[in-house]
Design a protein around this ligand. Structure first.
Ligand code: PEP
Ligand code: MN
Length: 341
């Protein structure tokens, strides 16, 4: 069960609600989004069945939720959420684009990429400073130096920064430099990391695990939200199947499923989803047509020289073409009022 507070509920109102929950042996989690304050009840709700929460000062309504994830469910929050990342809205009907190299390799490489991303009209610069590589001998990222280059690229271009955090110990540091913290596919069920980013005070981009069901993915979002962070954006990046031609199988049906089950915005990463730069454009356009709230794509000033994920990285020229076509598709959908969910 969740208890939705009036927008003007004060501290005392919330504390009284928490006290009523705790007096019955249950625990409460307060979630403060940009527009709403919510108290989630954790534990056996039959023990508070007789507590008249609706009559308490500051309470707007109570909602009983059947799914194992509550705060992430559309039952809990029927309207689609719009997540504000340092002034850029995700989920407001205009797709956002996050683009940049797989890894931050040098200041020059990152600045060149950032200038191209900015000029093409994207809103976010991506780039890993901590890289979760399959082999321990592969390039592992520039770590804090990479974060500093990302922050400088933001100063230079105004682009928002999204970058991956791979370990609990680095969350605070990454949050100092980034506008949005990315939890990668390999960490989607790293519950300690999910809880830590739930406390970091910055929006989180949660990628789908390599073999995660949609239910597991939404429960992972719930871990973040139950720590008080309502600003979660999901990212479909392909799942493991028997197919070997593509690196992963991009599950675009996840966009429709998530839109039905959850109020959280969802973006699509056709770069990791296919592993092939040639497939990025058609899958990017299909993602927008399916109702995705944005895209994440890898673009490198010189993909042939990339230290990671060169085969799926777009050249600047291909990236500009995709931006142009995505904008046309989004404009058409807006003007024709095409909403797929
Ligand atoms: C990435 O975005 O750089 C990345 C490693 O993606 P994923 O976690 O989806 O594999
Ligand atoms: Mn990559």
């Amino acid at each position: 069960m969740v208890i939705i507070m009036n927008p003007d509920a004060n501290r005392e109102n919330i504390e009284n609600v928490i006290a009523a929950i705790e007096a019955n042996g249950l625990s409460a989690k307060v979630m403060e989004g940009s527009t709403q304050k919510i108290v989630g009840v954790i534990g056996d709700k039959t023990r508070i069945a007789s507590v008249p929460f609706d009559a308490m000062d500051g309470v707007e309504s109570t909602v009983s939720i059947s799914k194992s994830y509550k705060l992430a469910s559309r039952e809990f929050h029927p309207a689609s959420s719009i997540i504000n990342v340092d002034g850029v809205n995700i989920g407001d009907g205009t797709p956002v684009v996050m683009a940049g190299p797989c890894a931050v390799e040098s200041k020059e490489q990152l600045f060149e990429a950032a200038d191209i991303v900015k000029a093409a009209g994207a809103q976010f610069l991506r780039g890993g400073a901590y890289k979760p590589r399959t082999s321990p001998y592969s390039f592992q990222g520039l770590e804090e130096t990479g974060l500093k280059y990302l922050a400088k690229a933001k100063e230079r271009t105004g682009l928002k920064i999204v970058t991956e955090v791979t370990v609990v110990e680095a969350v605070e540091l990454v949050a100092q430099y980034a506008d949005m913290l990315q939890v990668g596919a390999r960490n989607m069920q790293n519950f300690g990391l999910l809880k830590e980013v739930g406390k970091c005070g910055k929006p989180v981009l949660l990628k789908r695990g390599l073999a995660a069901t949609i239910d597991e993915w939404l429960n992972a979002a719930e871990y973040i939200m139950s720590e008080g962070n309502a600003d979660v954006v999901l990212c479909e990046r392909g799942i493991r199947t028997y197919e070997t031609y593509t690196r992963n199988t991009l599950d675009l049906s996840a966009v429709a499923a998530v839109k039905h089950l959850s109020h959280l915005p969802i973006i699509v990463d056709p770069s990791h989803g296919t592993g092939k730069w040639r497939m990025v454009k058609p899958m990017a356009l299909a993602a927008i047509a399916a109702g995705a709230d944005g895209l994440m794509t890898e673009m490198h000033p010189n993909p042939a020289k990339a230290l990671s994920d060169g085969p799926q990285s777009l050249t600047p020229e291909h990236f500009r073409d995709i931006m142009n076509c995505v904008n046309k598709m989004a404009k058409f959908m807006r003007e024709e009022n095409i909403i797929n969910w």
